[in-house]
Write a protein that binds this ligand. Sequence first.
Ligand SMILES: [Mg+2]
Length: 366
Amino acid sequence: MKIDEIELRLIEVPYRAPFKTSFGEDAEKHAIIVTVRSEGVEGYGEGVMDPFPMYREETIPGAMHLLRNAFGPELLANGCDHPSELTARWSGWRGNPMAKTALELAVWDCYARQQGVPLRTLLGGDRTEIPVGASLGMNPVEKTVESVTQHVEQGYKRVKLKIEPGWDVELLAAVRAVHPDIELTVDANSAYTLDMLPLLRQIDEFGLHYIEQPLHWDDLVDHAALAKELRTELCLDETLTSPARVKAALDLGACTVVNIKVGRVGGLQSVREIHDLCVARGVPMWCGGMLETGIGRAHNIHLATMPGFVFPGDTASASRTYARDITEQQLETTDGIMPVPEGPGIGVTLDRAFVDEVTQSVDVVR
Ligand SMILES: [Mg+2]
């Protein structure tokens, strides 16, 4: 396909309520929405990097620089026969998986729309709906227990609590007192160290489905050591930045559950490689979330239809996060089930009026 132009749009969308994790608290989503235009067809991608390097190292200004001056011009100059080739073409520029993914996703969507097929079909996903869980930010204990109850009543298939030292055992005891048997997980976003083993052993007692990223955001070795000390399975998120990194984590025994975020691993082609590795080794995967707008959320829904995604993911109803989303289609669950948006590509279109309202800047690369 010949690529005519690439639009890089910075948006700022208010969250329904501030989201608090062990990183801090955010009131609005900052994102890059990438539009690729090719022979009269548009495709959309979303960049999940933050304004500052809070989750991984990438930032929005750094990604804009690379999209404008490296990946964008390369794509415009050389076109694309199939979106699966882009990761290898851009591998000379090291790292920066989120920046690469924002553009790669837009090309996948555009390609699928040109072929007239849903994106999931190109990825080998048969399902037309996926089971999802809910991830709850940090709130006072009583409010959290109430929120867990609400989400269980709404049919969410698992509940994930954000924890940090001092905000863990008491919280889990309160939730388990009311909900002894629900599928419950915790995500520490790297808030613990191996020195805190006695505390981690206490967390180990709550029958959790898995513990997500307890230790340093780039660590494999300490997680492998911790895995030997706990009964609860470990799931890695922040640490898993590429197919090679996932293989290393599994070889070392640093995790036995894999959280996939397409932006963190460098694009859909990387997801496909990780997927095949995990399926071959019998390792369960699930799709994480970065509080994406409807564009990123729709991509997540399509990729989570692949057969290796066996645990419920974080792709919950958009209305939990946003009072108004940037897509015309509302991505909502019923009884913990998210339907895959129908139609070619990712199956959603932009709500142009609202997108313009929340736009901070627009760059077009030709
Ligand atoms: Mg996580």
